[in-house]
Design a protein around this ligand. Structure first.
Ligand code: NDP
Length: 329
């Protein structure tokens, strides 16, 4: 009998691409070298866009959604992976060009796999997921630029979301001052609990601002884009830097060159999807060293595959706090 298992599949329909729970068998999966049994995945903003169809993330259909997975190798034609190896995958085009994580089993290219970091369980690695590992990449970008040498303050935008919450925890772990910019000021207690030393309403950054403003920040991590990023750059001190990874508020960048050419402010772009393995290893080592496990547990919710359609609507509406682990199977 052919074993069937649940998966979240995006299909072409008469009304356009639609995501829904279905059942697959191993014969349906792509013919890549490594078969992984997936125990946990997670919910990211991009997963929300893919499932709701609010942006065309899947570039071929049908497509199994889900950009993050943790699981165990079942079989492998690649010498570097053996049955029983515990692995994670973040990005690499999953849910875009490669079948992704919201499935009990998946076949993957061997170069996509990373060994599960020894300091984390599969569930913890997915509580971190792409959002948390991207927060770590942003911290690394600031560190490599020399921006973390002083006490701050550092601005974190989209503070109550996935990238934002873990960015706050990582910066606070270094004893740095962190200002959390959020649309949910009711979450002030939660954000201070993660280590934010101040909380501001995101409305102050969302409107068009002057090209150069009072120098407030040594640096920052931006998950929002648009006017928020332009204002963050205009408020950064001489020689500082903003690591930009997101577009939750818009993909435009309505600013000027003035902060860059008059204050030597740097805009550090951060991509997680095609990030080389060596840099991923640095990001996960930073997370293993600096991320407080109790804070991680406090910002994480757990859900099931069947919850994804509703969760996807909520994350694109900016209503998900912290991170969501998806328990598969
Ligand atoms: P979340 O939805 O968890 O967090 C985004 C946060 O941004 C929200 O919680 C909210 O925070 C804020 N926000 C939402 N909508 C708006 C808006 N219209 N205007 C201003 N702020 C808004 O998403 P993730 O943490 O998973 O991802 C954050 C961003 O980073 C996304 O754009 C995502 O695509 C991007 N990203 C990029 C990666 C890369 O490789 N470059 C990797 C991972 C994520 P609050 O309520 O506190 O205001």
């Amino acid at each position: 009998m052919t074993r069937r298992f649940p998966a979240m599949l995006i299909r072409e329909t008469e009304g356009g691409p639609r995501a829904g729970l279905t059942e697959l068998s191993l014969a349906d999966l792509p013919d890549h070298e490594v078969l992984v049994e997936i125990s946990h995945s997670s919910l990211n903003y991009k997963d929300g866009l893919a499932i709701t169809g609010k942006a065309r993330i899947a570039r071929r259909l049908p497509m199994v959604a889900g950009i993050d997975l943790a699981g165990v190798v079942v079989s492998s034609r690649a010498p570097q992976w053996q049955p029983g190896d515990q692995v994670i995958v973040n990005g690499w085009g999953l849910s875009e060009t490669e079948w992704g994580a919201y499935s009990r089993f998946q076949r993957l290219k061997p170069e996509f796999l990373t060994r599960l970091p020894a300091g984390f369980s599969a569930a913890e690695a997915m509580a971190i997921g792409t959002a948390g590992y991207t927060a770590a990449l942003c911290v690394l970008a600031l560190e490599d630029h020399g921006t973390l040498a002083g006490p701050g303050p550092f601005l974190v935008t989209g503070a109550a979301g996935g990238v934002g919450t873990i960015a706050i925890a990582l910066l606070a772990a270094r004893g740095l001052e962190v200002t959390a910019s959020t649309g949910r000021v009711s979450e002030e207690g939660f954000l201070r609990g993660l280590g934010a030393t101040a909380v501001t309403d995101r409305a102050s950054l969302a409107a068009p601002g002057k090209p150069l403003q009072a120098e407030l920040w040594a640096g920052g991590i931006d998950a929002v884009g648009s006017h928020t990023l332009a204002n963050a750059l205009a408020q950064t001190r001489y020689g500082g830097a903003i690591a930009a990874c997101g577009l939750a508020g818009g993909a435009d960048l309505p600013g000027t060159v003035m902060p860059h050419i008059l204050r030597s402010v740097a805009l550090l772009g951060v991509d997680s999807v095609m990030c080389p393995q060596a840099r991923r290893a640095r990001a996960w080592a930073l997370l293993e060293r600096d991320l407080d496990r109790a804070k991680l547990a406090g910002l994480t919710h757990r859900a099931k595959l069947a919850d994804l359609p509703q969760l996807a609507e909520q994350i694109v509406a900016g209503q998900i706090r912290g991170r969501t682990v998806i328990e598969i199977g």
